[in-house]
Design a protein around this ligand. Structure first.
Ligand code: MG
Ligand code: MG
Length: 247
């Protein structure tokens, strides 16, 4: 079932989204060669708790950390560890924050230092694809229009669109209905004002195929090429949308 949020719920989600945004800023400040992904996780965890919120992912379906950090050929759901960030790494950070039981979900990808032009373009175009997808959002539009936009933008730029993982509704659970795929589907479901959804393209420099690591969480590209991930939680309105996890 797709929920329509009340004014009160929207206010709580705006706050969760704002703290999510600020947590990303804290992590971004600290991403540099030599820091471990666990240290970044702990910085995010402490910041979220200090702001009277909770990390949505900790314990979600058994996930063992507060945020997800996925490096290079890791697409999503990388578990923070002793692994140290290196010069040239492509680092995707996915953060969930809840406030009084209402969630927000947002991801950003960072290039640490310098990398190739094609990897820079991957990251830039994945970010652009998110905004392309968001641009069609308003009351009455088919949800599938979002994925169509993302997919055509990705194809134009020769990037692989991950199909097994999709965007989703957000509310009292970090993942709720509806699914928001990053590719065209014939699903006739339409957006309604008051829905809150997370749009989250995961684009690969190479092929779209992925596999799951032995840790049962980390998703990697089959061909070993890098992947990028950007995500915002947005409120659907009569005339458009409001990003809840932005500035
Ligand atoms: Mg996320
Ligand atoms: Mg999400």
């Amino acid at each position: 079932m797709i929920s329509i949020k009340s004014e009160r719920e929207i206010e709580l989600m705006k706050h969760a989204g704002h703290i999510n945004y600020l947590t990303h800023q804290e992590v971004a400040k600290n991403i540099k060669p030599g820091i471990s992904t666990k240290a970044l996780n702990d910085i995010a965890h402490k910041f979220i708790i200090k702001n009277d919120c909770e990390p949505s992912f900790l314990g979600f379906e058994g996930y063992p950390a507060s945020i997800c950090i996925s490096i290079n050929d890791e697409v999503v759901h990388g578990i923070p560890s002793k692994r140290k960030i290196k010069e040239g790494d492509v680092v995707s950070v996915d953060i969930g924050v809840s406030y009084k039981g209402y969630h927000s979900d947002s991801a950003n990808t960072y290039i640490v230092g310098h990398t190739s032009k094609e990897v820079e373009d991957l990251v830039e175009n994945t970010k652009k694809s998110l905004y392309e997808g968001l641009s069609v959002i308003k009351d009455g539009v088919k949800i599938s229009a979002i994925g169509s936009k993302i997919e055509s933008f990705a194809k134009k730029n020769n990037l692989g669109v991950v199909r097994e993982l999709v965007g989703h509704g957000v509310g009292t659970s970090v993942h709720e209905d509806p699914d928001v795929p990053n590719y065209y589907t014939s699903d006739p479901t339409r957006l309604k004002a008051g829905m809150v959804i997370a749009v989250e393209p995961m684009l690969n420099l190479g092929r779209e195929d992925i596999y799951m690591e032995d840790d049962d969480w980390t998703i990697k590209t089959d061909d070993g090429l890098p992947s990028a991930h950007f995500e915002h939680t947005v409120l659907v309105t009569k005339d458009g949308f409001v990003i809840l996890t932005g500035e």
